[in-house]
Ligand binder design. Structure first.
Ligand SMILES: [Zn+2]
Length: 465
């Protein structure tokens, strides 16, 4: 069946249903109500005689897993994974109904079309095509989850912790990737190989209470906390120019001088500020990918206008590089505020390490072979991102996870960044078509490359036993 027909008959109608269900995740436990979209996907799959399991973290927040068995149990398992919840949308700022799912001039409109209902709909459609075709070499899994936008407690985290065997896989394709870059000799498509770690700290500053009418030499906790906030915002960790960061810088910068400056740690930040004047979004993206970042975001203090406060709390969002833990964050915070001991208490209330998949894998090679065919003259640009996705839960368990989609030049990185979580979010039908082709062919291409990899894996297992 040809690609255009599958997209028109399967992917787009399903995408419209997912958009119209408006599974808006506000972060409240009872928001999202993704069970509606999960049921819709189960119904859709059953039309193709594909069975699926629904796993409930809560009755209103379900997750779906389906499997197409492969021919050879020694071949790797490949998963397509995506989430059906979306972030809120303010209809008054949109040119169209954010939950209308309209198709206008070759684009499907609506909240979530890019993040990531378009990818979910193409993954489900590709899954039905694979199920109708000859059995793939290895198992293909379809995993659709709730609650990505609030951290995955009812979705990816629930599945990987409560049903690890059901969702175990060797390779996974998910968000965030496939952003089209036009700089350089050959256009590039981003492929996310890793994400920074999350580390959230609460810093408590102590002062001495006193009367607000007599501030002379007061020991004021508000002043201490705000000085610390300023010091933290000025603190710049050194850039770590790994090969991935160098590739990203090359692909993001259009002039030779900037590219040259970006190759050296001493001049990297100069290149970054040149990039900022031309493209601030991309500069922010590269800045955070290259170093540990610190952002002081919540200040809670004071009680009464005429009292010098005895304490103040500052909450800080720290994003870590691979291998860094809470101790690293602790050292960095103290260094940034110039404090060596007991002036401040630091408590960490959230931590998830950075995750990074290998870049040279059968999955990347299979992706390149398919791209050469469906989007010729497009190279892969590896990316390391500052935010987190559900992919981390699998990466952390050893799965090679890539954020990727075979999008076309109609979806440049700048358009993508502007619309994601923004207004007038929409996806070109051409992206759905190329991505459907990519996903449909991937299990077969991967199988033709993975034999060597699995040989190594099997022999490693034999050695271990
Ligand atoms: Zn997303």
């Amino acid at each position: 069946m040809e690609t255009e027909r599958v997209v028109a008959d399967r992917a787009i109608p399903l995408l419209q249903t997912l958009v119209r269900n408006a599974c808006v995740n506000t972060g409240a436990e009872d928001s999202g109500e993704e069970t509606r979209s999960i049921e819709a996907i189960r119904g859709f799959l059953s039309e193709f005689d594909i069975e699926s399991s629904i796993l409930y973290a809560r009755p209103d927040r379900a997750n779906l897993v389906a499997r197409i068995p492969g021919r050879d149990p020694l071949q790797p398992t490949l998963a397509f994974m995506g989430h059906v919840d979306v972030v809120p949308a303010d209809a008054s700022e949109w040119s169209r109904d954010p939950f209308g799912g309209e198709v206008i001039d070759g684009e499907v409109w609506g909240r979530g079309t890019l993040d990531m209902l378009g990818m979910v709909a193409t993954s489900v459609a590709a899954f039905t095509v694979i199920a109708e075709s000859e059995p793939p070499p290895g198992d293909v899994l379809l995993i659709v989850v709730s609650d990505e936008e609030a951290g995955g407690a009812f979705g990816a985290r629930f599945l990987t912790e409560q049903h690890p065997d059901l969702v175990k896989c060797d390779y996974m394709v998910t968000e965030v990737g496939g952003m089209y870059l036009t700089e350089g000799h050959i256009p590039g498509l981003t492929l996310t190989v890793g994400e920074k770690g999350i580390c959230w700290a609460r810093m408590r500053f102590h002062g001495t209470p006193g009367h607000g009418s007599m501030p002379y030499r007061a020991d004021n906790a508000v002043v201490k906390a705000s000085k610390a906030a300023e010091a933290l915002s000025e603190y710049q960790a050194k850039p770590e120019l790994t090969p991935i960061i160098r590739d990203m810088a090359d692909a993001f910068m259009s002039d030779r001088l900037s590219r040259f400056l970006a190759r050296l740690p001493g001049t990297f930040d100069l290149a970054l500020s040149r990039l900022y004047t031309r493209n601030p979004g991309r500069a922010k993206f590269l800045h955070t990918a290259a170093r540990t970042s610190i952002s002081p975001n919540v200040l809670t203090t004071g009680g009464k206008v005429n009292i010098v406060p005895a304490s103040a709390e500052l909450e800080v969002d720290i994003r870590l590089l691979p291998g860094q833990g809470v101790e690293h964050a602790q050292r960095m915070l103290r260094e940034a505020i110039g404090d060596s001991d007991e002036e401040v208490d630091i408590e960490f209330f959230e931590f998830y390490p950075s995750t990074l998949s290998e870049l040279e894998t059968p999955l990347k090679r299979a992706t390149e072979r398919i791209l050469a065919d469906i989007l010729p003259n497009t190279r892969i640009v590896p990316m390391f991102i500052g935010g987190v996705t559900d992919g981390r839960y699998w990466r952390q368990r050893g799965t090679v996870v890539y954020g990727f989609a075979a999008n076309t030049a109609e979806l440049t990185m700048d358009r993508f960044s502007e619309m994601i979580h923004g207004t007038d979010e929409r996806i070109p039908v051409s992206c759905l078509e190329r991505n459907l082709e990519y996903l449909t062919r991937l299990p077969y291409e991967l199988g033709s490359d993975a034999a060597g990899h699995l040989g190594e894996r099997v022999s490693a297992r034999v050695h271990a036993e």
